[in-house]
Design a protein around this ligand. Structure first.
Ligand code: ADP
Ligand code: MG
Length: 265
């Protein structure tokens, strides 16, 4: 079961999405090289989840294209797309009563033939990935009895079990404590897959991503290495906050210090 993970390049080309006539994404373009880790940042409502849902073909853009390797995803059979791309959504809910292990086994479905069901190999793969996210001891726990952070880690294990080439993560650390957040990002940074993740915490994005893309009102405001993108000017323009940005002497990565907003009385 020594699966060597490899990525494929992901190219988002001029993607436009509208809901009831109003544009939520306007010509979003981003290229994630094979094995790269790109963070999508931007304020609430800027279009991050919409972009990730388009990348996973959960919604069809009004214009533009999403290409994995050499293939436009619009033309891929659903099953093949699921073998090449896994998405962990921002909030995953289910009405079905499954155990943690059964949730991870859902990731094996694109690799199974319809009549076959889960094999012993599938179970071993699922358990391996539960272990990787530190959840092996809760394999038989009901999904509904896991904490938000535990559910998030199980969803990540489900995505790993899918053995995709592209991993799309929507705010994967929002329920995690800092130790688990650092652990998760370090894991995906070194996993060898092409990773695109919407990230809320700009300092974590700066620490782990090799490329950042800033969405603001559905447009790409800036894109590049964290130290190029995360400037006080950009933070002021996009988030309306005051901050200073300095390289951390130990990590060499830029770190942001925020200043409190001026409170008027
Ligand atoms: P983010 O993830 O950056 O917070 P989203 O992509 O979730 O932003 O949302 C972008 C905008 O699109 C928001 O204004 C949101 O209200 C709107 N939106 C998202 N999904 C839908 C939908 N299914 N129908 C209508 N509007 C939507
Ligand atoms: Mg979102």
């Amino acid at each position: 079961m020594s699966h060597l993970a490899t990525g494929e390049p992901l190219s988002v080309q001029e993607v436009t999405v509208s809901f009831s006539g109003s544009a939520v994404l306007q010509g979003a373009t981003v290229l994630v090289p094979e094995g790269g880790f790109t963070g999508i940042i931007g304020p609430n409502g800027s279009g991050k989840s919409t972009l990730l849902r388009s990348i996973a073909r959960l919604l069809a853009p009004d214009g533009g294209a999403i290409v994995i390797g050499d293939d436009d995803i619009a033309r891929l059979p659903r099953r093949e797309l699921a073998r090449r791309l896994a998405l962990v959504e921002q909030n995953v809910t289910t009405d079905i009563d499954l155990t943690a292990l059964q949730v991870v086994l859902l990731g094996r479905i694109p690799h199974q033939s319809a009549w076959q069901g889960s094999s012993e190999v599938d179970r071993a793969i699922a358990l391996h990935h539960l272990e990787k996210v530190g959840m092996a001891d809760k394999a038989d726990r009901s999904w509904h009895r896991l904490s938000g952070g535990e559910q998030q880690r199980v969803q990540l294990a489900r995505a790993f079990a899918q053995e995709p080439t592209v991993l799309a993560l929507d705010e994967p650390t929002n329920h995690l404590d800092i130790a688990h957040a650092l652990q998760l990002l370090a894991t995906v940074q070194h996993i060898g897959l092409t990773v695109v993740a919407a990230l809320h915490d700009l300092n974590l994005a700066a620490m782990f991503c090799d490329h950042l893309m800033v969405l603001h009102e559905g447009r790409v405001m800036s894109s590049g290495a964290p130290e190029e993108v995360l400037t006080p000017e950009l933070l002021r323009a996009v988030y309306g906050v005051e901050a200073s940005v300095e390289p951390n002497p130990i990590t060499g990565r830029v770190a942001i210090s925020f200043y409190p907003p001026t409170v008027s009385h």
